[in-house]
Design a protein around this ligand. Structure first.
Ligand code: ADP
Length: 723
């Protein structure tokens, strides 16, 4: 089966990356983004730079890594980096997966990515890494290394070893060896990674570096290992590769004890040896700040400070998706390159779309940090906006190309235009189904996101809907009908060959919660509301409002903030030991809790509610003691339930379906089981990609990368006495 590139004009081959700036459709205001830039010995073809970020693929899944990165090069990112790359077995972040460069076999695994990136004319970068005290070394069980025996801020597994001078020399030598390996397999940009509180920053900080030898004390001494490492790496590979240094210029947790002047002092010292400064802020939750708490470009003031002491190119991130802002940032001289991790995951083709003047087609990052949650919790990158992210190799999915259907005349009815229904109809239209109808009960498409996007801080989540609506408008094959709630009889009469039910879910109004199958006492009283009812304008009549949050993510906090902003006294009660534990996976937890606190929302953790009467809520705390709080109203964010009545009615009468000519009935998204929006979108995308397979209700198998059991891999353990 071939692939249809529905985006490009028939017969027109995609322009090579070096020609993107010559596209007549490029808006002159954005031309600056397509100017090449010399970085040491290498020429970047444009100003779009995918900064190093973890994917979960590392060296373990080299083909998935290569396909994930290659699609960004194809989409026009002039520089494409891989994951963080531990330089030796002295540093691993197990269970996280890195792009290890411990030996030549690792390098060979990463070479596949280099080739794939080069095939599109982009430069390939590798972020050589040593985590120091922040390494878990959960795999190697080697000593964790640190400048001094100081407890790590993040890692609980005991203290790290204070490095001896031999350790220091070994780390420097490992860095050089890893850099040579990277050079030998063709990497263009080699990093000395010091940001985010890792080993070289631990040396810089007087909080973690308490040494009294030549590597501690004054700034020059604390900077010594960082500078020596840059120098050694530059000497080893500097004529073949550009030397990039990633460092932080500001941050609370990432840079304890180092102020901006110290940092600029260090940057000034290192500048002659560095070809590219990759600048960010120290703490990861701030650096990769979610859209709920950080606006686009929030790191800009910090990144631009590097100019005071450096004449070298600077790359800065900022979840940039607006080409006007990107161009302005580059023109202003704040940075030379637009760095991106999340926007490049959401839309690998962002640069190409800007070059082609297709701004409405840019699939803008929502800043939800679902990519980070997927990566942190499941070791697999994913995306709320781009369901193909991470599926490039194993499922063969491409973000812009969709295999043409073998049954274009199949008439498909999709019922429900939430995120799942919108995605399903869109992919079906793109695959060339000639008659797709998307029917929505409400006057507006969007499903749950229709109201969730209006909760405080969640506005950018609306991009999930906006992008899909704009794309559907361009597809005459798909008819979107709103304001029509279909009954089972109407579905049967519709004249569709295939019916996909994307009817979604709603919050339960009976207070059933995880682990407690019975309704909450008093859930039927008038002042007890669901999130949908609050979003629709209903409010408890008077007094303090309790928001009972058993989801532990965004709806409870969003509703609580909405009510607090209106002037209610709001108490958020949750059975979890922290408020919104899921938000810790998206790096939002600490900001969310501080934010609610500033809004005056009081929180109660470890409380399971049993009931409500007109004066109070009651239940028990995590030690089993009775707990009660006076309250005038209660919002139940306890559990969702699928809207699957239509499915059950239709599937119960197989004969009626057959008589109506319906050959297949499917369900997607929350109508199957309520879950994260990213997973509902993925589910719908998967079904639409596979609708013409033998049994679309069962996902097709995907490729797996497995450790080879080939004889040559069973090398004898090196260096073993007597071996
Ligand atoms: P998902 O996340 O799976 O897309 P949502 O709950 O966000 O689910 O959206 C489901 C959408 O389906 C809602 O907009 C709802 O109005 C719509 N819907 C539910 N039942 C019907 C029906 N019988 N006819 C048309 N639309 C429906």
């Amino acid at each position: 089966m071939g692939l249809v590139d529905h985006e490009s004009r028939p017969g027109r081959a995609p322009a090579p990356i070096s020609e993107l700036g010559k596209d007549p459709r490029l808006d002159a205001r954005h031309a600056v983004l397509f100017e090449p830039l010399q970085v040491g010995p290498k020429l970047l073809p444009n100003r779009f730079y995918q900064v190093p970020h973890a994917s979960g693929f590392g060296t373990d899944r080299p083909r998935a890594q290569a396909a994930f990165r290659a699609v960004k090069a194809e989409g026009g990112w002039g520089g494409v980096c891989l994951d963080y790359a531990p330089i030796s077995r002295d540093t691993d972040e197990t269970p996280e997966v890195g792009a290890n460069l411990w030996d030549d076999q690792d390098a060979r695994a990463l070479a596949i990515s280099v080739e794939a990136i080069h095939a599109h004319g982009s430069l390939a970068g590798i972020e050589l890494h040593h985590g120091g005290a922040e390494s878990t070394n959960g795999d190697s069980r080697n000593h964790r290394l640190a400048p001094s025996q100081v407890a790590s801020a993040q890692t609980w597994a005991g203290l790290a070893k204070e490095m001896t001078v031999d350790d220091i020399e070994r780390v420097r030598a490992d860095w050089v060896r890893a850099a040579r390996r990277a050079r030998d397999v063709g990497f263009d940009i080699v990093y000395v990674y010091g940001a985010h509180g890792y080993l070289l920053t631990q040396f810089l900080s007087p909080h973690t570096n308490r040494r009294t030898d030549g590597y501690g004390g004054s700034l020059a001494n604390r900077a010594r290992l960082f500078l020596e490492t840059i120098e050694a790496v530059a000497e080893a590979v500097g004529r073949d590769c550009a030397i990039a240094v990633r460092t932080a210029v500001h941050g609370r947790d990432g840079l304890p004890g180092i102020d901006i002047d110290d940092m600029l002092g260090f940057i000034g010292l290192a500048d002659p040896m560095v070809d590219l400064w990759d600048v960010n802020v120290g703490s990861w939750p701030e650096d990769s700040g979610s859209s709920r708490y950080f606006p686009e470009g929030h790191q800009r003031p910090w990144a631009s400070r590097v100019r005071e002491v450096s004449s070298k190119p600077v790359v800065g991130v900022g979840r940039y998706t607006s080409p006007d802002l990107m161009a302005e940032v580059v023109r202003s001289g704040a940075v030379d390159l637009i760095g991106a991790a999340r926007p490049a995951i959401a839309d690998p083709f962002l640069p190409r779309k800007i070059a082609e003047g297709r701004l409405a087609d840019v699939r803008e990052c929502t800043g939800s940090n679902v990519c980070i949650l997927r990566e942190e919790a499941f070791d697999r990158v994913g995306c709320l906006q781009n369901p193909s992210a991470g599926e490039e190799y194993r499922r063969g999915w491409h973000p812009e190309r969709h295999p043409p259907t073998v049954t274009p005349d199949t008439r498909v009815l999709v019922v429900g235009a939430g995120p799942a229904g919108l995605e399903c109809a869109l992919v079906l239209g793109r695959r060339g189904y000639r008659a797709v109808h998307l029917v929505e009960a409400e006057d507006e498409v969007g499903g749950k996101l229709r109201w969730m996007r209006r909760l405080p801080t969640l506005g950018d989540w609306g991009r999930v809907l906006d992008w899909r609506q704009v794309q559907l408008d361009q597809l005459p094959e798909v008819e979107v009908i709103t304001g029509r709630r279909l009954s089972a009889a109407e579905v049967l009469e519709y004249g569709a060959d295939v019916v996909v039910l994307a009817t979604g879910s709603r919050w339960r109004d009976d207070g059933v919660q995880p682990g407690r199958p019975d309704p909450l006492v008093g859930a039927d009283l008038p002042d007890v509301l669901t999130p949908e009812q609050v979003a629709g304008g209903l409010r408890p009549r008077a007094g303090r409002v309790v928001v009972y949050d058993c989801e532990g993510y965004l709806v409870g906090s969003g509703v609580a903030e909405l009510l607090a902003d209106e002037g209610s006294e709001v108490h958020l009660v949750t059975p979890f030991p922290v408020v919104s534990p899921v938000s810790d996976h998206t790096l939002e937890g600490e900001h969310l809790r501080a934010h609610l606190h500033r809004r005056g929302v009081r929180t109660h953790r470890g409380i399971t509610l049993d009931g409500f009467d007109t004066g109070s809520v009651w239940g028990e705390d995590d030690l089993g003691d009775a707990w009660r709080l006076p309250a005038g109203g209660l919002v139940l964010v306890t559990q969702q339930t699928s809207d699957d009545q239509l499915f059950h009615e239709l599937s119960a009468d197989v004969e009626a379906l057959r008589d109506a000519g319906v050959v297949a009935l499917h369900r997607v998204g929350d109508a199957v089981a309520p879950r994260m929006t990213s997973e509902a979108v993925f589910d719908a995308h998967r079904l639409a990609r596979e609708l013409d397979s033998t049994d679309p209700s069962v996902p097709l198998p995907f490729l797996r990368e497995r450790v080879s059991l080939h004889e040559e891999d069973r090398a004898r353990r090196p260096g073993r006495p007597g071996a």
